[in-house]
Design a protein around this ligand. Structure first.
Ligand SMILES: N[C@](CCCC[B-](O)(O)O)(CCN1CCC(O)CC1)C(=O)O
Ligand SMILES: [Mn+2]
Ligand SMILES: [Mn+2]
Ligand SMILES: [Mn+2]
Length: 298
């Protein structure tokens, strides 16, 4: 099978400079060669240029920051990822901030409507325009994918293709009040760090899969935010939160998902190579590469 590496140098979903440089660092760390060494054919259709998409003027809509730019970029990503999936390739999207998952998961679901989503993150990224306090759209992609909250004309292209019972979280530990309410109201399954401690990562992954993929017959889209890992493991990221997944727990999730043989798309998000000292940046990039390779059979 062929992997399509989709470099998405995009930072509009959040305020910190540098996360748009994530893809180039991941590729320059040798990710493509490592994937080829695993036996994959790898297509790298380059780092997408999004500057031309950026709206001339993009004033906030309510609290939402860079709303038109984020929407246009995500719509473009949905088309790119959807095309790769339709061509029978496995898209590996390198971020860039997590707002991009609005595009990647839309792309996957357009071809695999019954796909399930495993969202590995310290955060739920499920704020609506009403519940967000920051207005940073990287904290909102899941709400758009589920069709929650007030409709925003600029986001009319996002179809509510994701069903709550097809979504499961691993690694949560920093949720806004509105997000906790949304998870409860929609019966969304979440394995926080408390459950990871209580049951161990092995049981958590089994339970997560039992919830969204009970017969192990549905395609899996894995959306991995490196801030799910403990900041000691992946320090160079925009919204670090203490008490995260260990290096091994992060890798176990990826290895276990590979073992299902059901992975159809992968996102590796929020590596920001400008937020730490060179050694910490190198470490974060190396972990990102390693997680991708583990999800693909290493
Ligand atoms: N939920 C946050 C963080 C989103 C992180 C997105 B990512 O893709 O990295 O998972 C946090 C908002 N929170 C509000 C209260 C403040 O004290 C701290 C930040 C938000 O900005 O909505
Ligand atoms: Mn995230
Ligand atoms: Mn996060
Ligand atoms: Mn983040």
């Amino acid at each position: 099978k062929t992997i399509a590496v989709v470099g998405c140098p995009f930072s509009g979903g959040q305020p910190k400079l540098g996360v748009d440089k994530g893809p180039i660092h991941l590729v320059e760390a040798g990710l493509i060669t490592r994937l080829e060494e695993l036996g994959w054919r790898v297509l790298f259709d380059g780092h997408h240029q999004f500057e031309e998409i950026s709206a001339a003027s993009d004033p906030p809509i309510g609290k939402l920051q860079n709303p038109r730019h984020v929407s246009r970029v995500c719509e473009s990503v949905a088309e790119v990822v959807g095309a790769h999936v339709r061509n029978g390739q496995l898209p590996v999207t390198l971020g860039g901030d997590h707002s991009l998952a609005m595009g990647t998961i839309s792309g996957t679901l357009s071809s695999y409507p019954d796909a399930c989503v495993i969202w590995v993150d310290a955060h739920a990224d499920i704020n609506t325009a009403e519940t967000t306090s920051s207005g940073n759209i990287h904290g909102m992609p899941v709400s758009f994918l589920l069709g929650l909250g007030e409709k925003i004309p600029e986001y009319a292209w996002v179809k509510p293709l994701l069903r709550p019972e097809r979504l499961v979280y691993i690694g949560l530990r920093d949720l806004d009040a509105g997000e906790k309410r949304i998870l409860r109201e929609n019966n969304i399954k979440a394995f926080s760090m408390h459950e990871v401690d209580k049951y161990g990562i092995g049981r958590v992954v089994d339970m997560a899969l039992d919830h969204v993929n009970p017969n192990r017959d549905l395609p899996i889209h894995l959306s991995f935010d490196v801030d799910a890992l403990d900041p000691s493991v992946a320090p160079s990221t925009g919204t670090p939160v203490r008490g995260g997944l260990t290096f091994r727990e992060g890798h176990y999730i990826c290895e276990a998902i590979h073992e299902t043989g059901l992975l159809v798309a992968l996102d590796l998000m929020e590596v920001n190579p400008s937020l730490a000292d060179p050694e910490s940046v190198r470490q974060t990039v190396a972990v990102g590469c390693s997680l991708v390779c583990s999800a693909l059979g290493e």
